[in-house]
Each structure stands twice: as structure tokens, then as C-alpha cells.
Design a protein around this ligand. Structure first.
Ligand SMILES: Cc1cc2nc3c(=O)[nH]c(=O)nc-3n(C[C@H](O)[C@H](O)[C@H](O)COP(=O)(O)OP(=O)(O)OC[C@H]3O[C@@H](n4cnc5c(N)ncnc54)[C@H](O)[C@@H]3O)c2cc1C
Ligand code: SF4
Ligand code: SF4
Ligand code: SF4
Length: 579
């Protein structure tokens, strides 16, 4: 046998072992002469991407399917089914989730995190193109749950409850389901065909939809509590904040971001907006308003009280808004909406500066509070002013389920309303956040509701060990850059509502998946076997994922080499006999 062209052995022969003190965990070696009493054991751990995804997707799982590490006869279908276990909106969230999972991905310690969101997008698109259906509902349990709100939280809980065999009726005051995914997030970010497809798959599981009904006013929460076995409150945060400055309130030329975006979704191009729109705010929603105003043919100026580095929006959202022609005025504090007999003519602003060290609020958590106005006054022209300074809940009729001060739901760790037995909740009504968070709340609430309906104790959160990068040998992986999606900036933005983000091809998505380091689970690289000086490790390639490598403990001398070279951290040294 010749070893000339064996890359694993080449690597093994040239491998430089880390200095004794450099390698974390080395100090734990329990060695006696040429033997130790520690043996390799295989421990599956949660990868940090999954720990960082509020929806709890098995991200490593779908990458391993696409790369073939996990065997499958139809890897793209299986990858879709893997995602929708926890998140029924891969095509939607693949487009607009700000991907907190990528900020936790261990690959960033090599060079750049995995483009998880881009791969999710491609898998979601496959699910739609291939017409995949969600698994059918479970066996009828005879129980019936009312869900208030057809946003991502309500749809997620409804989906998971149907899987468990419970009947579900959703109530929503809007005409169409989707919540903020439809009435807040515009078509150039998520095409309506995508929204309809993924929401439709859930409703097709046999969910009764009662649209145009406002719970709390049209029908009381108390009535639902009596009529149904359980209730879920997923009413979101529907009220945009108004700007507390002179001249802002009660006029047709001023509004808030939520109303502005919603009006376009309902009325389309017939919506009446000014020629010069000012958006006050520095978050993602302010970018959305400016970008829609540009598409409707208006000039858009974003007024930010803070400089770029302290703005609350994500870099992509900011860059897209600027590329689409939005202007920005930094360090401007708004004082008054100005008028001229016919309507609004502009906004009076004061220049803002950073507070001196030690001044009240100079180190406040919220960046805006670290700045103060000066006497330098200036005006910006506009005929419409949109406040984009956050949103809050409208809890009329839900007073007995909320915190008085915050108007957010008062829930325990099982997402059950404190003091009520059969009422649960989640989503923005609990914490104004992201779609992925609302989806995660929906799934967890469904587990709680299911246990409650079966008369069982509500589930306890299990401790799960998350693999740390220092437990892996990431030098095993060659450097490679993320495969990026294209952002299409329209040459003429006016009237252009086409989607901005282009989906990766399947080949590109598979290439990106190959960068995944399978943190915390064996991906059959054979490093351990190649390095083992005792020839103690066998490989069973036909075994399921995670069960491919096997240590013969009669041969193992506990040298630790396998655990040191394992790129995934799947091997830990456990105590053997005698200790
Ligand atoms: C403009 C904008 C852009 C956003 N962009 C993103 C983004 O890019 N990515 C991201 O992850 N998140 C984004 N978000 C946040 C995201 O939309 C929310 O976190 C998410 O939609 C919350 O889901 P939810 O189901 O809790 O509430 P919602 O989506 O708000 O849905 C609540 C539903 O309840 C219904 N409802 C409310 N009260 C009642 C009642 N009394 N009776 C009956 N029905 C009721 C409403 O009609 C609505 O359909 C954005 C939010 C906004 C406002
Ligand atoms: S839902 Fe968001 S956080 Fe979760 S995997 Fe997708 S991009 Fe990442
Ligand atoms: S490399 Fe793969 S498994 Fe590891 S954190 Fe990133 S996406 Fe998850
Ligand atoms: S070294 Fe490779 S083959 Fe061995 S356990 Fe780790 S990932 Fe699996």
C-alpha cells in the first residue's frame, strides 16, 4: 500500500501539535507512563447556531443533509422537512431574518460565519417550487384551541398544535393572515406569493380562520376562555408611537411607520403620500419607510438623532436604503412640525452633540439618550412626516393578562398567563422582537398547551450543552469565504417593487453548506482514525450520522490524540476503568 497520495495521512504526518499550555483541555490529561485512564467517548452537543436561533432550527442538520454527511435519498426535500420541524416559514425568514444564528456560528473563528440565512432561503424556495406539504395533522385529540392573531406567533402555535391533533381556530382583525409579515414587511423584501404559499400550507392543515374579528372588543377574551379548551394570545405590537413634538398630532400629513406601511399594503399605489417624506428614526423600520417612499416616487430623508455608528438599523438595511436614494441627516433632534397654511412644510431641528463624560445619561444603554440638543437650529423641507420611533401593544380587553406598566403579556416560563390556567401567549405581545422569536414562542407555547390539555405537568426546559469552539480543531478546515447572495438595486427605483435579494442556486447553497463545520457532531472526516497510534478506531460508513466511528477500548491507551484532532469536538475523554 502506498501513502503517497493519501491527504489524511499527509496531514497527519505534517501536523504540528500545539504547545502543551496552548491547547485548552490538555491539562486534563490523566496519564500514567504510556497509558491513561481516560477513553474517548462520543458526545453530541448543540451547535451554537441552533442555540442562537430563537426558532431553534436544526441548522447543522440541514447542512449535513445537503452535503451528504447525513444520508438521504432526497436531500433537498429532507432539508426542508428538517427546517419546518421548528419553523414553518423558511422561505420568508430566509429572506428577512436578521440571522442572529450567524453571529453565534463557530465558523466565524476560522474566517467568516456560514451564510445560514442564504441556505435557509434556498431550502425554503425549494419547498415552494417542489410543492412540498407540511406533515398531516396528528390524530384528533378532541380538544379545541383558540389562537388570537394570525401573525408568525399565532401561525406557529396553530401549526404545532395541529401536528399534535388539536383543533385550532384563529381570530384576527385583519382581512388577511400574516400579521406584520404582510402589513409591515413590504413585497420588495418578501414577495406575496411566498407569503401566501407558506401561510397557506399551515392553514391547509385544517385551521379555521375567523378574520375581521377583534378579540377584546368584538368578542371578549373571557368568552374564548370558556368556549375553548385553551387560548393563545399572539396579538403582536400593532400601535406605532407618535412623536411628542408640536404640530405632529392629528393632521393628515403626519403619521407613524406602522400606519404608513400598513396603508400601502391595503391601498397599494392609491395611497396618498407627500413628494418629500421625512422619516424620523434610526432603526430598520425607518429604513423600510424610506425605501417604500422612494418606490412611491417621493424624496425620502431619514432624520437620525445619532451618528451612523450609533444607529439601531442593520448595515444591510441602511446600505440598501441609501443605495435606493434615501438621504440621511445625522445628529438632528426634531423640535416641531412646521406648517404653511396649506399643510406641512418641514421640520424644525436642533443639532445634537454627544454628552460630556459624567453628564447625566452620557453612558446610557440607549444610544439616543447619550446625545443632547444644542442651540444650532435648522429646518428640513418636507410635506409629510413619518415617526418611526418604535411600536407598542394595544391590549384593550386583555387587561387581566398584562403587566400594567409595560402593557406586555404577563407570562411564566412556560408562556402561560400568570394567574390563568388555560391562557398562553407569546410573540411581540411578550417581547417586541423578530419573526424567529415569535415562531419560537409559538412552538414552545404549543408544547405547554399540549401538556396542559393532556393533564400533564408543563415541560421543564432541559439543560443542553452547547459546543465551544475551543473544543474543536478548526484548523482542519481550509479558509473559504461565504457564498453571498446578490442584492439587486434597481436602476429606477420608482414603481419597482421587485424583490431585492436573489436566492442562491442549489449548487451555490450546497457549496456554502460544505463550509459548515458540523460543530458538536461527527461528520465522518476520519481524522481520529488516521491519527490513532493504536489503530483502535474503526469506521462504519453505512451507519447513521454520529455512529460512524467506533473505538475499541481494548486497544485504546487514552492518548487523547483523537479528541485533539477532532474538528467537530464530538470526542471527549471520559474516565475509564480504575478511576
Ligand atoms: C415594519 C416592520 C418591519 C419588520 N421587519 C422585520 C424583519 O425584517 N425581520 C424580522 O424578523 N422581523 C421584522 N419585524 C418584526 C416582526 O414583524 C415581528 O416581530 C413579528 O411579526 C411578531 O409576530 P407576532 O405574531 O407576535 O405579531 P404580529 O406579526 O404583529 O401579528 C399579530 C396579529 O394579531 C392580530 N391582532 C392584534 N390584536 C388583535 C385582536 N385584539 N384581535 C384579533 N387579532 C388581533 C393582528 O391583526 C396581527 O395579524 C418587523 C416589524 C415591523 C413593524
Ligand atoms: S430563523 Fe433566523 S436565526 Fe433561525 S436559522 Fe433562520 S436566519 Fe438563523
Ligand atoms: S459551522 Fe455549522 S454547525 Fe457550526 S455553528 Fe456554524 S452553522 Fe452551526
Ligand atoms: S475526528 Fe472526524 S471522524 Fe472522528 S469523531 Fe471527529 S468528526 Fe468524526
Amino acid at each position: 500500500m502506498t501513502f503517497d497520495s493519501n491527504p489524511i495521512l499527509d496531514f497527519a504526518n505534517n501536523y504540528e501539535f500545539p504547545e502543551y499550555s496552548d491547547q485548552d483541555g490538555f491539562h486534563k490529561v490523566v496519564a500514567f507512563g504510556d497509558e491513561s485512564h481516560k477513553c474517548p467517548i462520543y458526545v453530541k452537543q448543540v451547535p451554537p447556531c441552533t442555540a442562537g436561533c430563537p426558532a431553534g432550527e436544526d441548522i447543522r442538520g440541514y447542512h449535513n443533509l445537503l452535503t451528504g454527511v447525513e444520508k438521504s435519498d432526497n436531500k433537498w426535500d429532507d432539508a426542508w422537512y428538517r427546517i419546518v420541524e421548528t419553523n414553518p416559514f423558511p422561505a420568508i425568514m430566509g429572506r428577512i431574518c436578521p440571522h442572529p444564528c450567524e453571529s453565534t456560528c463557530n465558523r466565524q473563528h476560522r474566517e467568516e460565519s456560514i451564510g445560514i440565512n442564504a441556505v435557509e432561503h434556498a431550502i425554503g424556495e425549494h419547498g415552494i417550487d417542489a410543492g412540498l406539504k407540511l406533515h398531516p395533522p396528528g390524530e384528533d385529540s378532541g380538544k379545541h384551541v383558540a389562537v388570537i392573531g394570525a401573525g408568525p406567533a399565532g401561525l406557529s402555535v396553530a401549526y404545532q398544535l395541529r401536528r399534535k391533533g388539536h383543533a385550532v381556530t384563529i381570530y384576527d382583525f385583519n382581512e388577511k393572515p400574516g400579521g406584520m409579515m404582510l402589513y409591515g414587511i413590504m413585497g420588495y423584501r418578501v414577495e406575496r406569493r411566498v407569503l401566501e404559499a407558506e401561510v397557506g400550507k399551515i392553514i391547509d392543515l385544517g385551521i379555521e380562520m375567523k378574520m375581521g374579528v377583534r378579540i377584546g372588543t368584538d368578542v371578549s377574551l373571557e368568552k374564548l376562555e370558556k368556549d375553548y379548551d385553551a387560548v393563545f394570545i399572539g396579538v403582536g405590537a400593532q400601535t406605532g408611537r407618535s412623536l411628542p413634538i408640536q404640530g405632529f398630532k392629528n393632521r393628515p400629513e403626519t403619521t407613524n411607520a406602522i400606519e404608513f406601511l400598513r396603508a400601502y399594503e391595503i391601498h397599494g399605489d392609491a395611497v396618498n403620500i407627500g413628494k418629500k417624506v421625512i422619516v424620523i428614526g434610526d432603526g430598520n423600520v425607518a429604513m423600510d419607510v424610506a425605501r417604500l417612499a422612494r418606490r412611491l416616487g417621493s424624496e425620502a430623508t431619514i432624520i437620525s438623532a445619532v451618528p451612523r455608528e450609533d444607529m439601531n438599523c442593520y448595515p444591510d438595511e441602511f446600505e440598501d436604503a441609501i443605495e435606493e436614494g434615501a438621504k440621511i441627516e445625522y445628529l438632528a433632534g426634531t423640535l416641531e412640525v412646521l406648517e404653511n397654511g396649506d399643510g406641512v412644510r418641514g421640520v424644525k431641528c436642533a443639532k445634537m452633540v454627544k454628552k460630556e463624560n459624567g453628564e447625566e445619561g452620557w453612558n446610557a444603554k440607549i444610544p439616543f439618550l447619550r446625545y443632547k440638543t444644542t442651540d444650532e437650529i435648522f429646518e428640513i423641507e418636507a410635506d409629510m412626516v413619518v415617526a418611526s420611533i418604535g411600536q407598542t401593544t394595544d391590549m384593550k380587553g386583555f387587561e387581566d393578562s398584562i403587566h400594567e406598566k409595560t402593557s406586555l403579556l404577563k407570562l411564566d416560563k412556560n408562556l402561560r398567563v400568570v394567574g390563568k390556567e388555560n391562557v398562553f401567549g407569546g410573540g411581540d405581545a411578550l417581547k417586541v422582537d423578530l419573526i424567529t422569536t415569535a415562531v419560537g414562542h409559538g412552538r414552545k407555547a404549543a408544547d405547554s398547551i399540549d401538556a396542559f390539555l393532556h393533564g400533564l405537568a408543563l415541560p421543564q426546559e432541559q439543560y443542553k450543552s452547547v459546543i465551544k469552539v475551543k473544543e474543536q480543531d478548526i484548523n482542519y478546515f481550509f479558509h473559504s469565504q461565504q457564498v453571498k447572495r446578490k442584492h439587486n438595486v434597481a436602476e429606477n427605483i420608482v414603481g419597482n417593487h421587485d424583490e431585492v435579494l436573489e436566492v442562491l442556486t442549489k449548487e451555490q447553497a450546497e457549496e456554502e453548506s460544505k463550509r459548515c463545520m458540523s460543530c458538536g457532531l461527527c461528520f465522518d472526516c476520519n481524522q481520529c482514525a488516521a491519527f490513532c497510534p493504536q489503530d483502535a478506531i474503526s469506521r462504519y460508513r453505512k451507519n447513521p450520522i454520529g455512529e460512524v466511528m467506533y473505538t475499541h477500548y481494548t486497544k485504546c491507551v487514552g492518548c487523547h490524540l483523537c479528541s485533539l484532532v477532532c474538528p467537530t469536538g464530538y470526542i471527549q475523554m471520559g474516565m475509564g476503568e480504575g478511576l
